[in-house]
Design a binder for this molecule. Sequence first.
Ligand SMILES: Cc1ncc(COP(=O)(O)O)c(C=O)c1O
Length: 434
Amino acid sequence: MATPSSTTDPVGRFLSRRRDWSANNVVGFMMKQAVDHPECISLAAGLVDPQTLPIEATSRAVERMLSDPTLARAGLQYETTEGAQRLRDLLLEYLAGLEGVTADAVGLKIDRDQLVLSTGSQQMLALLCEATLDPGDICLIADPTYYVMLGTVNGQGARAVPIESDADGMRIDSLERTLAALDAEGQLQRVKMIYVVSDFDNPRSVSLATDRRRRLVEIVTELSGQQRILIVEDAAYRELYYDGVSRPSVWSFDEEGETVALVQTFSKCFSPGLRVGFGILPRDLVGPVLDLKGNQDFGSTSFSQHLLATVLEDGLFASHVDHLRDAYVVKRDALTEAAAVHLGDVEGVEWLVPDGGLYVWLTVPEHVDAGFDGALFNRAVQQEQVMYVPGDLCHIGVDGVRPRNQLRLSFGVENSERLADGMARLARAIRAEL
Ligand SMILES: Cc1ncc(COP(=O)(O)O)c(C=O)c1O
């Protein structure tokens, strides 16, 4: 028999409050949509391109790993909670390459212990939330955002507060206004975290402008006498730049190394199946994060860690990323060119052509309801057999109100022909709703 759940009275409850805070998980719902409608062309799935998954590089690395008894045993044994030292050393070099500095304490300005491996970057994001957020605490987030992180923040009983963003990412004026308003309400002490996807974010593929990166760190550093706030920089799409240049990380502006946690992953640029992510943490957060991780798994999959280390050691990574970029540009063009053909003349329909990442953010006129239970989604799925992610899922919302006239389209999974076809179908559905 189901027990009525109450979030106020813990007596007699079976499920925890943390479970309540994680109820109605959007990811599960999204996955179910895909399973329930296998006939659809998916402009929704956030998976990476199946055709460019690194089968050849992985099998070469596995072969070398398993033919070397030392490596084979390392990969088949438990690892430490912080992860294989071999991979962590290689990742410091990798990071130094991205940052354009030397891979030592002088160039990177960190101790090597500050690099902690995780099961995908999602685990590191969750661990950072667990380590810093109590129920009622506040995380400021550039809106719209990666909706899984919203679930992670809410799952702590914490509150996500939206910061406006534009084509250059999180707006600094909106951040300053929000901090001042929270201060005036006596809520500044509850602000523990600012979350920002710095490069080609999810859902819009927009990047934070370099001057805003610098200013963000300055603002938080200036506040630190009053209130310590952790900036969590999620750089999941960092490697996937197509036309533009890569920007310095937000983390690189953190001179003292106390303000920013940089979180990265090999899911988008190599293989999500390996589930290898990592964080560069402020020194005093390393212990707390490892304590929490110890309770969860006392170490991520060692096989994946040693496999990725072998891939990096054997020089199999860089060429793969080059190949990926070339392949994704073609797919991005297929989707956005089809948008121009089928929707170019429709007033009120706009989209951003991304210079990196995996997503195209499409806006339709306000009277078109693109939400899951709205007419457009229904028509797209049932009649046109094409699926997208309703943009309202990616919004935090103010007083429960979220814009419902936006769509996140992904060019990750489908090939160019199906992307173009999917766009043509979606355009038909949109025109029918206008
Ligand atoms: C912005 C962003 N951050 C983090 C992740 C988590 O990826 P993973 O756990 O595979 O590293 C994703 C996955 O889609 C993402 O889009």
